[in-house]
Design a protein around this ligand. Structure first.
Ligand SMILES: NC(=O)c1ccc[n+]([C@@H]2O[C@H](COP(=O)([O-])OP(=O)(O)OC[C@H]3O[C@@H](n4cnc5c(N)ncnc54)[C@H](O)[C@@H]3O)[C@@H](O)[C@H]2O)c1
Length: 353
């Protein structure tokens, strides 16, 4: 074996190969959640690098001690005998848009040959990662919302909630209204007009976060709150029977979390991350691990997602590399079929053998 090469896919290439495909991403995300529940997926512990703050702040924290961070993830899936394995790095800084530096996050997915471990493709991670996060929220909506739900409340209208709304509309055909709130009123207004037209629903900008939550059957925050000290969704904001899809982690106060009737997580693999919900609920004694239902069990038909129409459910949707693996593999296969992307050499002949 001498030459080794991989396919490079820019963001535009990845989109041309289905990275932003809503129904395919929802399907991949749901399947991955099921495979994880069945023990057919492996998630490596996440490594997170924070920088730009004094070293003292990096000891014994909960939440995000710095806005500047880079997450390194790796995952493996046995998808009916097809082995899929990839690494993802995703650096971010929520100040990027305000500083005219572009989106909050960038990143790369590296798909690996499951036998040699060599890279077979390196591709943009941004679209895949946002879409699978939105889809992860949506599969919670699919399985946990109350019957006859018709509205969602979005807080924050960045890429994550754009993906979340598109994917939610996919799984919730009865969706009529989305209330949207963002610190940046003009961003919320632009989002409202774009998505009203795209999805054929009423997207209504509101003036406060509470207004976005009050009448919503499904509440989805995707903001930049860094720690629970800045949480703002109070327990009396959520209406009975609603579902909180916890995408950005620190929006709901401890009381709101503690008073929920039911906790659901997308996978028990997510408990590995000890500085985040849902694990911090366990370490604080608010919930036992056994109280947090694995959505995979619901998808497998072994548990009921919602038991009572009146329950307030909190669904912890924690993105993991296994979702990027599944979606990235689909994008890679499409690139092969369509002949999209640049082939780059890893080596012509290995320097060491
Ligand atoms: N659950 C997951 O697996 C997962 C995966 C990826 C990203 N995320 C999180 O999703 C969040 C959103 O990501 P993004 O790329 O869309 O970010 P972004 O910075 O592009 O957009 C966030 C938007 O929220 C608004 N905002 C911030 N704080 C607010 C608040 N308290 N009230 C109202 N509006 C507020 C900002 O003005 C901005 O428009 C980030 O916190 C990110 O860490 C979660």
């Amino acid at each position: 074996m001498s030459e080794a090469s991989f396919i490079y896919l820019s963001q535009e290439d990845a989109v041309a190969c289905g990275a932003a495909d809503v129904s395919a991403t929802v399907a991949d995300t749901e399947r991955t959640t099921l495979l994880a529940y069945q023990g057919k997926a492996i998630e490596a512990p996440t490594a997170t690098l924070f920088w730009g703050v004094p070293a003292e702040k990096l000891k014994n924290f909960v939440g995000y001690p710095s806005k500047k961070r880079a997450n390194i993830h790796a995952g493996y899936i046995d998808d009916d005998g097809v082995e899929k394995v990839a690494l993802k790095n995703i650096p971010s800084n929520p100040d990027n848009p305000a500083n005219n530096k572009g989106p909050r996050a960038s990143g790369l997915v590296t798909m690996l040959d499951p036998e040699t471990g060599y890279p077979i493709s390196v591709m943009d991670a941004m679209v895949i990662s946002c879409m699978r996060t939105g889809a992860l929220g949506a599969i919670g909506v699919k399985h946990l919302r109350r019957a006859n739900s018709s509205s969602v409340g979005l807080i924050g209208v960045g890429p994550i909630n754009q993906a979340a709304l598109a994917c939610t509309a996919e799984v919730m055909p009865e969706l009529k209204t989305a209330f949207v709130y963002d610190f940046k009123a003009e961003r919320a207004a632009a989002f409202a007009s774009e998505y009203s037209e795209k999805l054929g629903i009423d997207v209504v900008p509101v003036k406060t976060a509470r207004e976005a939550v009050a009448d919503a059957d499904v509440v989805i925050p995707a903001t930049n709150v860094q720690t629970i000290d800045d949480a703002y969704i109070d327990e009396d904001w959520m209406k009975r029977g609603s579902l909180l899809v916890d995408l950005s982690i620190w929006d709901a106060t401890w009381d709101t979390l503690a008073r929920a009737d039911r906790y659901v997580m997308n996978s028990e693999l997510s408990l590995e991350r000890k500085t985040m919900t849902p694990h911090v609920l366990v370490s604080k004694g608010i919930a036992k691990e056994s109280d947090i239902l694995d959505l995979g069990k619901v998808i497998a038909g072994q548990a009921q997602g919602r038991e009572n129409d009146d329950d307030i459910i909190v669904y912890f949707a924690r993105g993991m590399a296994i979702y990027d693996v599944m979606c990235g593999y689909r994008v890679y296969e499409t690139a092969l079929q369509k002949g999209i992307g640049q082939t780059l050499d890893l080596w012509k002949a290995p320097f060491w053998s």
